[in-house]
Design a protein around this ligand. Structure first.
Ligand code: ADP
Length: 259
């Protein structure tokens, strides 16, 4: 994969892909990639054909979260074979980069690579392609929103003020670029103490709910701070692949997205 793809004219969508959904956030570390992988797995478990494109060039976490590694093959030297994990067709910019190397790319190279990841990967027939965006409102988001035919975006935030402030900017960017925001997901919403059973609002309370209300957008879900979610992500088997409460929570959000 190189940086010399010909720019495409007009927004594009791979031929067999029904719709592309972007998962964005204002800030890093709020759980955007965790939500993206779990929604992908939850949708796949509900019988949907799902792809996950990890476009977070500065911190591609999907190889680890989905437990997939290796270099995608390109038997014909033109198209790229994606990997598969937990029923999801997967492509990550992380498969193409060396570990521990910083990404220092200029805009055109970035754009070329992104367009190749969309247009030259053999995505096959997909009901939905989920794109895990980098945090914030930079070049990658701009490229994808203008070059790819996105059906919509989901914005992930914690209830913390600083996260919400940036989430608002992300929503404003989607609005400016005419990508419909389907709703917000509040992650790390609360913590249930395993000892006393009390609910603790570590990052604040109700922030994303009131933000969603102010913006006239649906709150698609509120997910707790959950040890199993973190451990599952680190181990390469997203919590949505299991049968616990979090798997059910993700299944409910996934259902709302495709109904
Ligand atoms: P982002 O994509 O927004 O940078 P990540 O999805 O990489 O964030 O999540 C950052 C860290 O927080 C990861 O270690 C992840 O496992 C953890 N994490 C995400 N959501 C939760 C949650 N609801 N409960 C506990 N840990 C979480």
């Amino acid at each position: 994969i190189g940086g010399h793809a010909k720019p495409q004219a007009g927004p594009m969508k791979p031929a067999g892909v029904q719709r592309i959904l972007a998962v964005g956030s204002g800030k890093g570390g709020v759980g955007k990639s965790t939500v993206a992988s779990n929604l992908a797995v939850a949708l796949a478990r509900r019988g949907r054909k799902v792809g996950l494109l990890d476009a977070d060039i500065y911190g591609p976490s999907q190889p680890r979260m989905m437990g997939a590694s290796g270099r995608p093959a390109s038997p014909d030297g033109k198209t790229i074979e994606p990997l598969h994990a937990h029923g999801v067709t997967l492509m990550s910019i992380g498969f193409l980069l060396e570990d521990d190397k910083a990404v220092i790319w200029r805009g055109p190279m970035l754009m070329g690579t992104l367009q190749q990841m969309l247009g030259q990967v053999n995505w096959g027939e997909l009901d939905v392609l989920i794109v895990d965006l980098p945090p914030g409102t930079g070049d990658v988001q701009l490229t994808l929103c203008t070059k790819a035919e996105l059906s919509g975006a989901i914005v992930v935030s914690t209830p913390q003020d600083v996260a919400l402030l940036d989430a608002r900017k992300a929503m404003d960017m989607f609005k400016t670029l005419k990508t419909p925001v389907l709703g917000l997901i509040e992650n790390m919403s609360f913590f249930t103490c395993p000892d006393c059973g009390g609910e603790h609002h570590i990052f604040g309370h109700g922030g994303v709910t009131s933000e969603a209300k102010d913006m006239g957008l649906p709150l698609l879900g509120a997910l707790p701070i959950d040890l199993e979610t973190r451990l599952a992500g680190d181990s390469g088997t997203p919590v949505a692949a299991g049968d616990g409460m979090m798997a059910q929570a993700y299944a409910r959000i996934a259902e709302g997205l495709v109904k």
